[in-house]
Design a protein around this ligand. Structure first.
Ligand SMILES: [Zn+2]
Length: 310
């Protein structure tokens, strides 16, 4: 099945202080790697309306982010958290990232099938309803899930988070909405410190799989197959959403795992298989972390190539 990339060029507008790992070069690296793939379609993200953010975020949080951007001025930044700064155009990037995720859900649901990869930054999975953190302003994947449930009327969605960090913000959604299954494989201990096995959400709709530093391909795939796949099969989601971070790659400077491009190919195939079985092949992936640009580009390309093959 042909995969579609929803590209958000506004990703370049979110400029961060010198030396920050979540910089615009990440977007460019992935865009260039995906641009070399044959047979994929491209669409362009538009900014989400601010009202759409209320499906997950508090009005106060949205106001805080937008006001911080307005206060940043030319060539300046305002800090929303120790590691999370915004410039005057960051809101444009963040709203387009959300808009890309919503567009992907609209397209997947309205066409009845298809794999989508949202190429956008900043990432989103650490953003909580009322808090920006971990480089994340708005939670794209959580908003995509609520959009699918509340606007399109889907009965149940699954979010699989393969970023090396736990998606604490996205877990907040599952803890409030039992129509969402949230599964996360992540390194532990590591930022943000959440994601223990004991955090099981509502009736077990949170499945955390913490893995030690040094986890290799074999152990990661084993954990995915034995814990995530059964949870997905049990939930039978009408849409599969993926927080596609590539910082579990062996080359990543922020993560300590040992994955390779082949593992992202494999994971995409597994997820596409679940989507084909339960969700009319509807699968929407959003880019999260990944901080070694060459490895991230190759990993994203392997992931999308596998989606287009599925
Ligand atoms: Zn990460």
């Amino acid at each position: 099945m042909r995969a579609t990339i929803v590209d958000s060029p506004a990703s370049l507008d979110h400029v961060v202080p010198e030396g920050h790992p979540e910089h615009a070069g990440r977007y460019t690296a992935v865009r260039d790697a995906l641009g070399a793939l044959p047979g994929v379609q491209w669409e362009t993200a538009q900014q989400a309306p601010v009202e759409a953010l209320a499906r997950f975020h508090s009005v106060e949080h949205v106001d805080r982010v937008l006001s911080a951007c307005a206060d940043a001025g030319v060539d300046g930044w305002v800090s929303l958290a120790e590691d999370t700064q915004v410039c005057s155009l960051s809101a444009r990037a963040a709203l387009a990232a959300v808009g890309g995720a919503l567009l992907a859900v609209d397209s997947a649901v309205e066409t009845g099938s298809g794999s989508y990869f949202v190429l956008a930054r900043p990432p989103g999975h650490h953003a909580e309803p009322d808090r920006a953190m971990g480089f994340c302003l708005f939670n794209q994947v959580a908003l995509a899930a609520r959009h699918a449930l509340d606007v399109h009327g889907l009965s149940r969605v699954a979010i699989v988070d393969i970023d090396v960090h736990h998606g604490n913000g996205t877990q907040c959604l599952a803890e409030r909405d039992e129509r969402v299954l949230f599964c996360s494989l992540h390194q532990s201990p590591l930022y943000p410190g959440t994601g223990n096995r004991g955090e099981t959400g509502l009736n077990g709709n949170v499945v955390n799989v913490p893995l030690p530093e040094g986890t290799d391909s074999k152990a990661w795939r084993q954990a995915f197959s034995s814990e995530v796949v059964p949870a997905l099969r049990k939930a039978q989601p009408a849409l599969v959403l993926v927080s596609a971070g590539f910082d579990a790659h062996a080359a990543d400077p922020l993560g300590g795992m040992g994955l390779t491009e082949d593992d992202y190919d494999w994971a995409a195939s597994q997820l596409a298989g679940i989507a084909a079985e339960f969700a009319f092949s509807r699968l929407v992936s959003v880019l999260e972390g990944g901080y070694d640009c060459p490895a991230m580009g190759r990993s994203a390309a392997a992931f999308v190539r596998a989606l287009s093959r599925a």
